[in-house]
Ligand binder design. Structure first.
Ligand SMILES: NC(=O)c1ccc[n+]([C@@H]2O[C@H](COP(=O)([O-])OP(=O)(O)OC[C@H]3O[C@@H](n4cnc5c(N)ncnc54)[C@H](OP(=O)(O)O)[C@@H]3O)[C@@H](O)[C@H]2O)c1
Length: 244
């Protein structure tokens, strides 16, 4: 673990970034919070060099405002190229990024293709890096189930998912930022559950008793998924907060 490091967090006002900033600041680290709301834009490059001045570590927890195929690819491509180049110029020694378990497997999803492209740019940069691939956040479950909800039924794929609390993801990213570059690491929730179980829990929370139908043609945001697509493999770090 490093002491006295300066850490620049990009995406600092987001769901994960805001928690990462708080955790690192509470431990006494020198943290720079960067996002458009703090005057830093990774698409135009405005403020990026300033936010990286003297930084030892970059934490990239940015997210695209649009999830459509073209804009999301454009976002992660431009943002990552900009940050990688600026990090190289600033002499940053560790690039920490948050990606998704399955990003390199789900080629049918534009969002996942964009995350895979982001990973490739970081890996090819020559910068020492840690890419934390997390499974879907607990907090994202409602949107996932909403995307599968039709008027009369909830139509789910015959596949597993492994939700993890966003707070546990933020804690892991913060730990990675003060640790040594570790390459690609997987992080998942404690339980691998079916999409049907996920939909049942979310439905019960809302008093929504629409029948849940397991449909082999149902997709995860357009991508075909199976039991292994979205869950961690061997050697993954697991959270402790149960979605169930
Ligand atoms: N949701 C999931 O289940 C899941 C699972 C695994 C991994 N992930 C990954 O986790 C990461 C973080 O997700 P999140 O939910 O914390 O994202 P989020 O809440 O949407 O936050 C996105 C951040 O990016 C900043 N941002 C957007 N455009 C920017 C720009 N042009 N320049 C500078 N900053 C910009 C936003 O701040 P401003 O608006 O102020 O610019 C905000 O701070 C994402 O990369 C995602 O792929 C998500």
């Amino acid at each position: 673990m490093l002491d006295g490091v300066k850490i620049s967090v990009f995406g600092a006002t987001g769901q994960i970034g805001s928690q990462v900033v708080d955790l690192l600041a509470a431990e006494g680290h020198d943290v720079v919070a960067a996002s458009r709301r703090t005057g830093v834009d990774v698409l135009t490059g405005a403020g990026v060099a300033g936010a990286l001045r003297g930084a030892h570590v970059v934490v990239d927890v940015l997210n695209s405002p649009s999830y459509e195929d073209e804009p999301v690819l454009e976002f992660f491509g431009t943002a990552t190229r900009t940050l990688v180049e600026a990090a190289q110029s600033a002499g940053v020694g560790h690039y920490v990024a948050l990606s998704i378990v399955g990003a390199t497997r789900l080629r049918m999803s534009g969002y996942m293709r964009a995350k895979a492209a982001q990973e490739t740019l970081i890996e090819a940069s020559g910068l020492p890096y840690t890419i934390v691939r997390a499974t879907q956040f607990d907090e994202f479950a409602e949107l996932i189930v909403a995307s599968m909800t039709e008027e009369e039924v909830v139509r789910v794929p015959d596949a597993r998912i492994q939700p993890i609390a966003a707070a546990e993801v933020a804690a892991h990213v913060a730990r990675a930022a003060i640790g040594s570059p570790a390459g690609v690491v997987e992080l998942g929730g404690p339980d691998k559950i079916s999409f049907a179980e996920l939909a049942r829990i979310v439905g019960a929370r809302h008093g929504d008793h629409r029948p849940i139908v397991v449909d082999e043609d149902a997709t995860y945001f357009g991508a075909r998924v199976d039991d292994d697509s979205l869950v961690t493999g061997e050697g993954a770090v697991l959270g402790t907060v149960r979605f169930t």
